[in-house]
Design a protein around this ligand. Structure first.
Ligand code: GLN
Length: 188
């Protein structure tokens, strides 16, 4: 059994829990306090508003505990705002990041005209025709050499992994396709 937590501060939390519950041998926890991390194999940092989630992570004393969790090699999945928070730097400095992955993130990178859109992706080692829902999504503007860039929309990188950290700019939990979630759980 894999024990996966979803950071329960703001944003699309329950959708992740619902999708995790569709996978066999997964136990879930809503995470608000540092001590809850100790029993987990993996943690999801959901989409929402990265400025708000960042502030609440700090208020709840979770900055160092999450960094430690990542250092221990436990799995982390950051989706949308969660991707922003996993980054090293953003083009907008108002968000304090966790710096778990060597990426520079462009927040709201797809601009106004296409605030939200849906497409399908082919992701090596995961599969084809994977639905991807983008909502005021970021993209990865720069990535370090050991970051594996997994998927693109046009020339923009929108999914990547580095060791135990996996990030996507879209919301896998809002589709009915749980392949990305299964991939994450397997790696935890
Ligand atoms: N634009 C949001 C941010 O940067 C992310 C949007 C989302 O998570 N759907 O905080």
């Amino acid at each position: 059994v894999k024990h996966i937590g979803v950071l329960n501060l703001q944003g699309a939390v329950s959708e992740h829990i619902t999708m995790l519950n569709s996978i066999n041998n997964v136990q879930t926890t809503l995470v608000k306090r540092p001590e809850q991390l100790t029993k987990l194999d993996g943690l999801i940092i959901p989409g929402g508003e990265s400025t708000t989630i960042s502030r609440l992570i700090k208020q709840n004393g979770l900055v160092e505990p999450i960094k430690q969790f990542a250092k221990q090699g436990k799995g982390i999945l950051g989706t949308c705002a969660g991707l922003v928070l996993c980054g090293n730097s953003t083009t907008h400095n108002e968000v304090e990041l966790l710096g778990l992955m060597d990426i520079c993130v462009e927040r709201n990178g797809f601009g106004r005209q296409i605030n939200s859109f849906e497409t399908t992706l082919e992701i090596p080692t995961i599969g084809k025709q994977i639905p991807a829902i983008f909502i005021r999504a970021p993209y990865i503007a720069k990535a370090g050499q050991t970051v594996e860039q997994l998927a693109f929309v046009g020339k923009r990188c929108i999914m990547a992994q580095q060791g135990n950290i996996l990030v996507c700019a879209f919301h896998p939990e809002l589709s009915k396709d749980n392949r990305i979630m299964c991939y994450f759980v397997d790696r935890c």
